[in-house]
Ligand binder design. Structure first.
Ligand code: PRX
Length: 646
């Protein structure tokens, strides 16, 4: 974007220093990021900071050579950080393991050696299907060290979903575990991985971390226990970090969109690292005395950036936890914060709302005085939850850093930035865009909406953390993010700006749901449902939920020969869990005779949404069969009554 075309808006940032910083970054991104990139170790300096000659395929730091694992580990070894803790990990069963930067470096080198021995080469993909155990970040770092590309699949996805991601990425190695702990019980992971690998010809080796110790089948010549494989390499194994071009791929992370097929978001190395480093520094300004706890699983982008690459590049100590917040008791988190002395907590609105429900007495039982900053991410935070977080967790003394961003953006995009200058906070607003983020709220035509008028959130400038493309699908990348208005990044979110210019995020503008902060495509759920022999048509909607934000509800019609029953409903729920995974479990399945359609055959989703919200149906005159919607309403109300009775 040329300097002359920038319509500077005085209201865009209320903070003076912040505004100056933002303007500098927008006016001269080359100079701005050249300076910032000095915080990173480069084997070779870039030829150019930003190559924008072929939009929307922006290249950050082309010609630059680095290794992200070297930046996360090796470069700290000549400093006092060498013996500082990189990770404090706690298992669900209370077991604690710690890793200094040096210990982590040793472990990562050993796994990198195993990867090398298995023939993993630069550019090869490694699929990771692990619970939240230290071997998860270790696997990511070892992959990056040898120049591989990781694709982490959250352990709540099914064998089918895992297989789809392995096949799309063409992974050669899978790293998994025998099982995982969930609320005191053990669940198997290896079984699921085996079912996936049976359908993925690209996989040559499977590495299995022994977590629960349960007996699992091991296939000779393909499957290796992690601890055995590492024990075979010399204890001081060293694998030189592979010199990588800044624009070469670091990872693929699959995320839901508006079609049935998840998108393989591809992040590069240099820009992503620079963005992760600076966003964490600006947003939370952590130092070596902090214990940073980002509660996200590394299966999601938040965990990639803020549990692995950014905190390690900054050289701080992170706490990571394997379990769920309410096991064995509802104060598990607070008890751990107190015991480990956590100083910064970064979590989700869903978690906060759950704690509100548990009651503040659970929090008040503990001394949380080590906390100095609180953050939130993943979904809009309602003012009540924001205020509760502020009062009960922060004792009205801590700032709340609400960070808006996406898998595609690599790091924070709109957030308060105490690391630059803290602006006055407003409960429920993520405040203002970061440097280099020219965000705006637009109408259908791409024109900025007036203050107070809801519209689509867009970004008009490239930024270092942005995705490079969609894996093997550059056309879809262009269409999805830059197809609506040329050269303007479409976020898929609604937002509004208030008279102070603050941004308020209002949820998704497309057919993507945010269930407990997890991104789930309604079309994916619909495809899963219609793949069941009993289902003719399916329409999935989000229904507001007091804790999870929203939950999926499916309306389905049956093929002839099938009739509605509780048993069939249960079967359909199981079918979705087996197809996508437990994270996509529908809250309810409503079996109806007919879906409300227009005369041209389009399902009137608006009406289904109104049924779920218990709202007025509005104009139904374009319906093909007006009676169908009353029928649906009656069926849904009956189901609701049954569910409430349970
Ligand atoms: O709708 C927005 C919501 O989460 C979406 C991105 O989801 P995902 O790629 O899974 O990444 C989540 C973690 C970064 C966005 O399009 N979202 C994320 N953070 C916020 C948010 N909505 C409102 N406020 C937030 N702070």
């Amino acid at each position: 974007m040329s300097e002359a075309s920038l319509p500077f808006n005085d209201k865009i940032l209320p903070g003076r220093i912040l505004k100056e910083e933002w303007e500098k970054s927008i006016k001269n991104p080359q100079e701005y990021w050249a300076e910032k990139a000095k915080a990173i170790d480069w084997f070779r300096t870039w030829d150019k900071v930003l190559d924008d000659s072929n939009p929307p395929f922006y290249k950050w730091f082309p010609g630059g050579v680095l290794n992200i694992c070297h930046n996360a580990l090796d470069r700290h070894l000549d400093t006092p950080r060498k013996n500082m803790l990189a990770y404090i990990w706690e298992g669900e069963n209370g077991e604690v393991r710690t890793y200094t930067y040096y210990q982590l470096y040793r472990e990562v080198n050993k796994l990198a050696k195993v990867f090398k021995n298995f023939g993993l080469k630069k550019g090869d993909r490694v699929a990771v299907y692990l619970p939240m155990i230290p071997e998860l970040p270790i696997t990511l770092l070892a992959t990056a060290r040898v120049g591989g590309v990781h694709t982490v699949v959250f352990s709540g996805f099914s064998a089918e979903a895992l297989a789809g991601r392995i096949n799309d990425s063409g992974a050669k190695i899978v790293v998994t575990a025998d099982g995982a702990y969930r609320r005191g019980k053990t669940v198997t992971l290896k079984d699921t991985a085996d079912r996936a690998v049976a359908a993925t010809p690209s996989v040559e080796k499977v590495i299995v971390v022994k977590r629960t110790g349960q007996t699992v089948p091991m296939k000779e010549g393909r499957d290796y226990y992690y601890h055995e494989a590492l024990a075979k390499v010399e204890p001081n194994a060293y694998v030189p970090p592979e010199p990588m071009e800044a624009t070469e791929p670091l990872f693929i992370l699959y995320t839901s969109g508006t079609t049935g097929k998840p998108k393989g978001v591809l992040h590069g190395i240099g820009g992503y690292l620079v963005w992760g480093y600076w966003t964490l520094k600006w947003g939370f300004d952590p130092n070596e005395k902090d214990i940073w706890w980002c509660t996200a699983d590394i299966g999601w982008i938040t965990g990639h950036t803020y549990n692995v690459y950014a905190p390690l590049a900054l050289g701080i100590t992170s706490f990571i936890f394997e379990g769920t917040p309410d096991y064995p008791a509802q104060d598990r988190w607070w008890e751990m914060i107190e015991r480990h002395g956590v100083t910064i907590l970064y979590t989700t609105p869903t978690a906060i709302r759950m704690f509100m429900k548990f009651g503040e007495e659970w929090v008040n039982k503990h001394d949380l005085s080590t906390l100095r900053l609180l953050g939130t991410v993943g979904e809009p935070i309602n003012p009540e939850a924001w205020k509760w977080y502020d009062r009960v967790m922060g004792k009205n003394k801590l700032s709340i850093i609400d960070t808006w961003w996406q898998t595609e953006t690599g790091g924070f995009m709109i957030a308060p930035l105490p690391g630059i200058e803290l602006v006055p906070l407003k409960p429920g607003s993520a405040t203002n865009p970061l440097p280099s983020i020219y965000a705006e709220v637009c109408d259908e035509k791409g024109q900025p909406t007036p203050t107070g008028v809801k519209g689509f959130l867009v970004v008009k400038t490239p930024w270092p953390g942005m995705l490079e493309t969609l894996w093997k699908d550059p056309e879809r990348y262009k269409q999805t993010y830059f197809g609506r208005w040329p050269n303007i990044y479409y976020t898929g979110d609604y937002a509004v700006r208030d008279p102070d210019g603050y941004f308020w995020l209002l949820g998704r503008a497309d057919e993507v749901l945010k269930v407990a902060g997890h991104r789930i495509g309604t079309v994916e759920l619909e495809s899963a449902l219609v793949s069941h022999p009993a289902v003719s048509e399916a329409a999935v909607m989000g229904k507001e939920d007091a804790i999870k934000g929203e939950v999926p509800v499916a309306f389905v019609t049956l093929r002839s020969g099938f009739s509605p029953s509780e048993e069939l409903r249960q079967q359909l729920v199981q079918h979705v869990r087996a197809t996508i995974g437990p994270i996509a479990t529908p809250d309810a399945i409503v079996i109806v005779n007919k879906l409300p359609k227009t005369r041209s055959g389009k399902i009137m989703r608006r009406l289904l949404k109104a049924v779920l919200a218990g709202a007025a149906l509005g104009d139904v005159s374009t319906l093909e069969d007006e009676a169908s919607v009353e029928d649906i309403k009656a069926t849904y109300d009956e189901l609701k009554r049954q569910l409430e009775k349970k």
